[in-house]
Design a protein around this ligand. Structure first.
Ligand code: PMP
Length: 426
């Protein structure tokens, strides 16, 4: 019987170190919001494969849909032989996306690919080259998306040069004194110092920054960016790879800021663990690239389309959007109670069930405590909880638990966070 340690040794010998690992654990089985490792130890999963498992590990409806699909056909390449699940999924996402205009949807395989394609489509539509992204943003690991990503270590280190004509505006943070006015002023500054507005193809923003630390874009920012985009003929792209598929209490997080972006990227939880991503957008923009300009061999695989349709059914059947808001409230209340006791908790924030707490030293929000954050996550693992960190300074603990987790399981996990924090100080 292999142990975690034995498998880790094999992993280290066979796999490059660039593929990081947050936990020294090899999984044997996953079920809803629990996993068991190869040694038979049980863990509560508050990571959800980094925001992929809103409907839980092996959601029975998803597994059933994929099994049925496996018995029909598994691959044709959509550009060679088309299949209905791809079309149906596009129709359903078009109907769900905000905005009173016709929409179309393209499927790909990864979040980074969706972001790359959104930029390609934007450029094809308005014939411009510039792109504005935000500090602390994360958009993927391909060269274009790394160019957009606003954090150097570890993502960008050693991989340049990155594609040109990408500029970074400031993402607001109430905690750290960056206002919405500051953020908008930084965009205006880019127009003054770097590139004229009429050469900017798109502004891309995460409605809640994921890897960057669960920083919520205030609705006012989204509205003012929308207005700036309209004023200058720039396309607005919302990267909802992490926020989408119901994580924040609405299917798309941007719905809550009352704006309709021109393009939305989606991936991760949309198919509950099967690889697929999407660009959903304004029909005339989506139609800009010529026939043959978009696609991919595996893009929109039949199994992933079947899984994604089942995920959307599960959301409707069990009102998982309401559940997302309820889960968020439960987690937030628990973390806020902790924050009252511990001055190391500088902030508890999030949207819907996308919740995090930021940790600091000496009760000072401007002194990030990455060591405590790491120690807390390690202690939680020892006590049977899988949890992730994030943030520009690595000092944010984030929760991406399946929305299908029971209240009892949530409370069990939250109690482990509280106990781990006590232990980290002991
Ligand atoms: N955009 C955002 C907002 C993300 O959170 C991620 C993944 N963490 C990506 C893009 C890239 O997705 P993938 O890893 O599937 O390429």
């Amino acid at each position: 019987q292999a142990t975690n340690a034995m498998l880790m040794a094999r992993r280290q010998a066979a796999i490059p170190r660039g593929v990081g690992h947050s936990h020294q654990i090899f999984i044997a089985k996953g079920e809803n919001a629990e996993v068991w490792d190869v040694e038979g130890r049980r863990y509560i999963d508050f990571a959800g494969g980094i925001a992929v498992l809103n409907t839980g590990h092996r959601n029975p409806a998803v597994i059933e849909a994929v099994k049925a699909q496996l018995d029909q056909y598994t691959h044709t390449c959509f550009q060679v032989l088309a299949y209905e699940p791809y079309v149906e999924l596009a129709e359903r996402l078009n109907a769900k996306a905000p905005g009173d205009f016709a929409k179309k949807t393209l499927f790909l395989t990864t979040g980074a690919e969706a972001v790359e394609n959104a930029i390609k489509i934007a450029r094809a539509h308005n014939g411009r080259s510039g792109v504005i992204a935000f500090t602390g943003g994360y958009h993927g690991r391909t060269l274009l998306t790394l160019g957009l990503t606003g954090k150097v270590a570890p993502y960008k280190t050693g991989f340049g040069p990155f594609p040109g004509e990408i500029f970074h505006a400031r993402f607001p943070s109430a905690l750290h004194g960056v206002s919405v006015d500051d953020a908008i002023a930084s965009v205006e500054q880019i127009f003054k110092n770097d590139i004229e507005a009429r050469r900017v193809a798109a502004i891309i923003i995460e409605p809640v920054q994921g890897e960057g630390g669960f920083n919520v874009a205030p609705p006012e920012l989204m509205q003012r960016l929308r207005a700036l985009c309209d004023q200058h003929g720039i396309l607005m792209i919302c990267d909802e790879v992490q926020t989408g598929a119901g994580r924040t209490g609405t299917w798309f997080a941007c719905e809550q800021s009352g704006i309709a972006p021109d393009l939305i990227t989606l991936a991760k939880s949309m198919a509950g663990g099967f690889p697929i991503s999407a660009v959903v957008g304004r029909a005339e923009v989506m139609d800009a690239p010529a026939a043959g300009g978009l696609g991919g061999t595996y893009a929109g695989s039949p199994m992933a389309c079947a899984a994604a349709l089942a995920v959307m059914d599960e959301f409707e059947k069990h009102d998982l959007l309401q559940r997302s808001r309820d889960v968020g409230q439960r987690i937030t209340a628990s973390l806020q109670a902790l924050a009252k006791k511990h001055t190391c908790i500088a902030d508890v924030r999030g949207l819907g069930a996308m919740v995090a707490m930021e940790l600091c030293k000496n009760g000072d929000p401007h002194q990030p405590d990455a060591d405590l954050t790491k120690a807390l996550a390690a202690e939680a693992t020892k006590r049977g909880l899988i949890i992730l960190t994030c943030g520009t300074y690595g000092n944010v603990v984030r929760i991406l638990v399946p929305l299908t987790a029971s209240d009892a399981l949530l409370d069990e996990g939250l109690a482990i966070i509280a106990a781990s924090l006590e232990a980290a100080f002991a």
